[in-house]
Ligand binder design. Sequence first.
Ligand code: ATP
Ligand code: MG
Length: 458
Amino acid sequence: MTTDILQRLAASFSAAGRQLYLVGGSVRDELLGRPHQDIDLATDARPDETKHLVAEAGADAVFAVGERFGTIGALFGERKVEITTFRSETYTPRSRKPAVEFGSSLVGDLGRRDFTINAIARDLATGALIDPFGGRRDLAGRRIRAVGRPEERFDEDPLRMLRAVRLSAELGFAIEAATRAAVVAQAQRLRDISQERIGDELSRLLVAPHPAHGLRLLADLGLMREVLPEVLATRDMPEGGRRFKNVFDHTLQVVEKVPPDLDLRWAALLHDVGKPETIGWDDGQVHFRGHEVVGAAMAERLLTRLRFDRQRVERVARLVAMHLRPNSYEPEWTDGAVRRVIREAGDELDLLLALSRADVTSQRRGRVAAAEARVEALAQRCRELIERENVKALKSPLDGNDLMALFGRGPGPWIKPVKEHLLNLVIEGTLAQDERERAVELARAFVATQAAPATRTA
Ligand code: ATP
Ligand code: MG
């Protein structure tokens, strides 16, 4: 499929006397024998001509990705192809926007790329590899090394520092010493990078095969202080009284244990982020009372700062807020308690259960097995209830109109507590949804207690 697309593109470009190279991640991953999502190409053709040649190669759609950067995107079925005109960028130091100029040579273009392993090209006309910066040697040595002088390259675009760590988490490669030293020296420059680009890289790091390695690197190189100070605080907590397991180390284990779902990985990273603020001791015993509530609020602020969409922010915050619930499960829980977990977790129930399973990182096998059994028992009860009834759709037997008619009152804030009272009874299982007559009685009794509150004693 990919080969077929590349052959058609190669034919179309060479017929017009143009060069076409596979570049960047596509070549890197090809040499590593790992799959690569998009196809990255470079050419000496200008964007207008590229559009035309790509269409001739039979693309289903052709569009400008970043006209300013001279990138043309195309779809061949589901496959996305990006073709960029050779660039020679001149950066004004410390300005955010590089001035882009079209260059005329492939080597000039490769020299503008971030890391040697990303600066290899394959000529699609001949199949030859062009590797002016020793990318293949670094692939073999499993090293991430900046092209050229690392200080300059990070100064041009500080995001590259995060890219280095993200690539390390994806490939399991080390960062070469001089490149690493340049990151340490310039970590603060991440302040010049937009939160969106930072959030993007962090997400990619989190769903990579080695997220714990990446997160530890972020912390060790000084990047985490800039982008996730709240998480870094879990590493540097004071240990008073009894020792407790380092929260940062535990967090990394949980991130690694949960499946690579983006919301779940973010929730794993942030589930204990409220601990530094809530730490306390009772009789020499450490506790973190309310850390899930404080943590959920922190997660919400942090993810909003990184410009994630509302839905993601709310999902992750909900998972953080609820992360202790499944592990507190006991067989004595009523159906009502199980229904509440189902309803509050909403679409995130499976993620919540996965997070709870991963949250037990004890060294003791017995403890881990017991915790897994507990979560599994809750999962089983959830499944049974969901099979039997539509738990999420449970409603009060009487709606607002019913209640207004019953009490002869108009619309107002008095309705909500009555409906909630009846809904609670339904969730607890003491009132069926179709028991309207009992619901009427119960509503009357409830409203009577509301209307005549017992005299308060201070
Ligand atoms: P993946 O797609 O798996 O993340 P990739 O290496 O293809 O890996 P992209 O973001 O798709 O990453 O970028 C494509 C190529 O563009 C990179 O391989 C690299 O050569 C170059 N590149 C991307 N971002 C930068 C940057 N900030 N500075 C220099 N070169 C970059
Ligand atoms: Mg790519």
